[in-house]
Structures are given as C-alpha cells and as structure tokens.
Design a protein around this ligand. Structure first.
Ligand SMILES: C[S@@+](CC[C@H](N)C(=O)[O-])C[C@H]1O[C@@H](n2cnc3c(N)ncnc32)[C@H](O)[C@@H]1O
Length: 197
C-alpha cells in the first residue's frame, strides 16, 4: 500500500480535500447528461463526490488505497444518512465487487499513477469494470501550468491520450480547474471517455 497517502490522511495533509463535491463532476453529470446508474469513484478519498452522486440517485461505490480515507468516507455517509459502499483497494491490482458499473469517476487518481505502462494498466482496469459503452470522467492535473510547490501531479494531453486511447474514445478533453477552496485552483484536464467496443 502507498504509505504516503495513508500518512497524508493521518496527518491532515490533503490540500485537494475541500469538503465539497467537485463542480466539474456536477456540471458534466448535468451537461452530458449522465443518468443515475452504478458508479465507481476510484481514489474516492473522504467520499464527497461519491456522496454527492448517491444523493443524485446513483448507486455509488468508492475505493481508495488509504484505510483512513475510507473510514472517514464511511463515517461521513453514515452521518449524512446516505447509502454508499466504500472499500479499501489498490485499483492497479484489484478487481472490485459489484461490476459492471455504468459510470466511473476519478478526481486526481489516474494522475497519481507513475509511468505510461501503469497508467495504461489503470485504464485497462477501468474498462474491465465498465458496462459496454460505459463512461469515465477523469479530473487530471494539467501540465500546462508550472508545477506548484504544493499541487497535483500533472500530465500533458499527450500523456492522457497515451494512457486511455486504446480502450477509450475521448469524447471531450477540456482544460479547466479543479474545484477548490483555494484562490488560485490548480489547472486540470476534464476528460470524458467512452469505453470502446
Ligand atoms: C488527490 S487524492 C483525491 C481524493 C478524492 N478523489 C478527492 O477528490 O478528494 C487521490 C486519491 O487517490 C488515492 N489513490 C492513489 N493511488 C490509488 C490506487 N492505486 N488505488 C486506489 N486509490 C488510489 C489516494 O489514496 C488519494 O485518496
């Protein structure tokens, strides 16, 4: 397990966690639209996005490497009286119960994966968890801004395409920003994909 993330949750070093669902997710669910279905939130952290989707009628499952993050997500959902399933898993290695999902979401998980070969493996596993023509919305650190002292890992558009294109048709690749409570939120790629036949 990646002790770095576990340690970050234990010490409260999570600048990405602003206690709100990401506005890019909310916008795309309405814009496409992505209808309520079974959704998998990969690298769900403390669960804000999963909980938001469950509230919209999705049957939400979230997974994360960090046990502490998963425990917090479970506690938040219980406190909000929202039904979600959260589990500890390494998405590079594990197959999760409950597949196939109609929709996969990740906010800042694909970009955590080092190296093209592992990112392709991650995308392959996303495809294996999706229904035919299932959708994946990924929010990814964008290398078109200088790397920040404190900020997300960043990928170029070419790196995003290299990771996903063999298994996914890219429906939209937009430059934007992560939802954030910072004055100057990090730049993001907002990438909507459909699983290839
Ligand atoms: C930048 S954080 C984002 C967390 C959450 N999506 C959010 O928006 O608050 C990235 C998350 O991905 C998780 N993660 C990284 N690699 C992972 C992997 N291989 N499998 C599952 N989760 C992973 C980390 O533990 C961390 O919680």
């Amino acid at each position: 397990m990646d002790m770095d993330y576990e340690e970050r949750y234990q010490t409260g070093n999570m600048p990405w966690d602003h206690g709100m669902p990401d506005g890019n997710l909310i916008a795309w669910v309405k814009r496409w639209p992505i209808g309520p279905c079974k959704v998998l939130d990969i690298g769900c952290g403390t669960g804000e996005n999963s909980i938001w989707m469950a509230r919209q009628g999705f049957a939400a499952t979230g997974c994360d490497l960090s046990k502490t993050a998963v425990e917090r997500a479970q506690a938040k959902a219980a406190a909000a009286e929202v039904k979600c399933t959260f589990m500890t898993a390494d998405f590079l290695e594990d197959q999760l119960p409950g597949l196939p999902f109609g929709f996969v979401f990740d906010r800042g998980c694909l970009h955590c994966i080092d190296g093209e070969a592992d990112r392709r493996r991650f995308a392959q596993n996303v495809a294996d968890h999706l229904t035919e023509a299932g959708l994946w919305l990924s929010l990814i650190g964008n290398a078109d801004e200088p790397e920040r002292e404190v900020g997300p890992p960043q990928l170029t558009a070419a790196e995003v395409a290299a990771a996903v294109e063999s298994r996914f048709e890219i429906l939209s690749l937009e430059a934007g920003h992560f939802g954030s409570d910072q004055d100057n939120p990090p730049r993001a790629w907002i990438c909507l994909m459909r699983k290839r036949a």
